[in-house]
Design a protein around this ligand. Structure first.
Ligand code: SF4
Ligand code: SF4
Length: 426
């Protein structure tokens, strides 16, 4: 009868040794994750989530599990493969642990008979998806590294280490499976269609005599790398794997193009409480949901690609702005005056057209424009604006356009600009 023999090829003490080894890594992981998530007031985010729990789960399914925005472009497909492969393999490892440590002592096996054989094939299939996705991502990152500016190098290296770590887990997982078949041949090995082929390759390469030693060495390094990645999650860019799904679920109920407002006038009139803060100078002045969302940023650059201010050659980069604030948040500098310290540059704030294209592009529902408006309001409230910017604001409030033109002249100007653009194209 086919059955999973989880610790069958390692010494008897290895089972306890594995959990002893895991304990410190688990502590580092739990402490780090708690600190990160509690900083941003996770409970408040969940309770303020748009549309209730059903809508939150729906957003998680569409944009988290199915990665709808990520997979819109060909370069998003490797990420989809990695994500789905990772989820399935994580679930498979959990089932193996439950089968061995919980149900087996109770006299019931989950991984036995036909169930176990399907499990093996399923895990092999998603293992292939995982490894192929990682290889594609590794190539893309290495190519991109050459054109990466100094400000992005650190995060790119973190991604490369993460990809290499996951790739090591994927590949050693297959090699361990193959070595298992070499050491202990079974008639049902064909269900593990990758492992069995790799076993025959390794056997013909003469690995047989050292299969047991190799198996034990790989088994421990596989566990060590897996535990290291788990422990590093709250401290590295890997954090996005937890923060991004949570951010998708915690979306505020506001249309994508609607800008944030500093106060609700009706509420102020009702309460008579007019002592409100209009702008922001530090991260602690921002809403807790906005602070939390920073942690979900993957530095993908989709916001930069659609930003008209960036296309016009201004210094504004929504990605760089979000990343700069994220770095401040992770360093615990939530009270730092980011305007005075030039973390958020005045010129960048004025370059933004508030078009919200970045909001529509972000795959994890971050709203870069919401980090611009509160700081820009602060500049206005603190009168840190020059004559040109004063005119710009006066025009906007008077005529709803930056030039202060009446509606009919604005249409005429737009027509003239269109025809000028058309003739220059010719
Ligand atoms: S809202 Fe501002 S930052 Fe976002 S795309 Fe438009 S101009 Fe760029
Ligand atoms: S804000 Fe969103 S789109 Fe921009 S880099 Fe971060 S994850 Fe990507």
């Amino acid at each position: 009868m086919p059955v999973r023999d989880t610790f069958g090829l390692v010494p008897p003490w290895a089972e306890v040794g594995l959990y002893v080894l895991f304990a410190p890594f688990a502590v580092v992981f739990v402490v780090g994750l708690w600190r990160r998530l509690s900083w941003a007031g996770l409970r408040r985010i969940v309770t303020h989530s748009s549309g209730g729990i059903a809508a939150a789960i729906g957003r998680f399914g569409r944009f988290g599990l199915l990665q709808r925005r990520v997979a819109q472009r060909p370069r998003g497909w490797p990420h989809l493969g990695i994500f789905l492969g990772f989820l399935v393999l994580l679930a498979a490892t959990t089932i193996v642990a439950i089968d061995w440590d919980i149900t087996r002592p109770l006299g019931f096996r989950v991984l036995i008979g036909q169930r176990y054989l399907f499990f093996e094939s399923f895990a092999d299939a998603f293992g292939v998806v995982f490894v192929v996705g990682l290889l594609a991502a590794l190539i893309w990152r290495l190519v991109r590294l050459r054109s990466t500016g100094p400000d992005q190098r650190r995060i790119q290296y973190q991604f490369l280490v993460l990809i290499c770590g996951l790739l090591y887990l994927g590949l050693t997982g297959f090699v361990l499976e193959a070595l298992r078949f070499i050491i202990h041949p079974v008639t049902w090995a064909g269900w593990s269609f990758v492992g069995v082929r790799l076993a025959s390759l390794l056997s013909s390469a003469g690995v047989g005599p050292i299969a047991q030693t190799t198996y034990e060495a790989l088994w421990w390094t596989h566990a060590f790398v897996a535990f290291s990645l788990i422990a590093s999650l709250p401290y590295t860019t890997f954090l996005h794997s937890v923060a991004a799904p949570l951010n998708l679920m915690a979306q505020p109920g506001r249309p994508q193009k609607e800008l944030s407002t500093p106060f609700d006038l009706r509420q102020l009139m009702e309460t008579g409480e007019f002592d409100v803060k209009v702008g922001a100078t530090s991260l602690s002045d921002l809403d807790s949901g906005l602070r939390f969302a920073l942690q979900a940023c993957t530095n993908c650059g989709r916001c930069d690609e659609v930003c008209p201010a960036m296309a016009m050659g201004t210094a504004l980069s929504p990605r760089r702005l979000v990343q700069a604030l994220r770095a401040r948040l992770l360093a615990g500098l939530t009270s730092e005056d980011v305007l005075a310290r030039n973390v958020v540059k005045h010129a960048d704030l004025w370059a933004c057209t508030t078009c919200a294209a970045c909001v529509e592009a972000c795959p994890v529902f971050i709203r870069p424009v919401d980090y611009i408006i509160p700081f820009r309001r602060q500049l206005v409230a603190g009168q840190q604006i020059d004559k040109r910017q004063t005119e710009f604001l006066a025009n906007l409030s008077r005529s709803s356009n930056a030039y202060g033109l009446p509606a009919e002249q604005r249409n005429q100007l737009a027509a003239e600009l269109r025809s000028a653009a058309g003739s220059s194209d010719e």
